[in-house]
Write a protein that binds this ligand. Structure first.
Ligand SMILES: [Fe+2]
Length: 167
């Protein structure tokens, strides 16, 4: 039987000025209801090389993966269950952003929209959770949504929220 070949990090060019680096944080345990996320040393090392390579070429680099890195304190009571499933090596992502120019970190996992900024090598680095794409909720911040990003070589220029059930 053939051995599985790791397919992450997966690099997606966003035009000529930016790249999205997708990392897999979601395949580390048996039970999806109790398993924390983990990116792991191999992916983190590879991601660092990719960020260096593209930053040298003047491109904005966006990291994307499933689990949250940091929670804003005001959101903690909102999704009690996934609070038990953090990203086990979130500290390594914080360090990567501090060491290398990352334009933004995008993630999901939390079914609510929020933004936190991390101190980054290229200045304040936005960490954005768009929230759920399918949730039915009364609270606007938890309603199904998508974010549309405008990105150029200087980073994220704008973020537009498309919210279900809004004008
Ligand atoms: Fe999740």
């Amino acid at each position: 039987m053939k051995k599985a070949v790791p397919s992450y990090p997966h690099v997606v060019p966003l035009g000529d000025e930016a790249v999205l680096v997708a990392l897999d944080s979601a395949r580390w345990g048996e039970d999806p209801w109790t398993t924390p996320g983990r990116i792991g040393g191999d992916q983190l090392r590879a991601a660092r090389e990719i960020v260096r390579e593209h930053a040298k070429l003047g491109r904005a680099v966006v990291l994307a993966f499933h689990h949250h890195v940091v929670l804003p304190p005001e959101r903690v009571p909102s999704d009690v269950h996934v609070a038990r499933m953090p990203l086990a090596d979130a500290d390594q992502v914080v360090r990567l952003v501090a060491d290398l120019p990352v334009a933004a970190v995008l993630h999901g996992h939390r079914h609510t929209a929020f933004r936190v900024d991390l101190p980054g090598a290229a200045g304040a680095t936005p960490v954005l959770c768009a929230g759920s794409a399918s949730r039915v909720a009364d609270e606007p911040v938890r309603r199904a949504r998508a974010y549309v990003y405008e990105i150029d070589r200087t980073g994220v220029r704008s973020v537009e929220a498309l919210v279900s059930g809004s004008e």
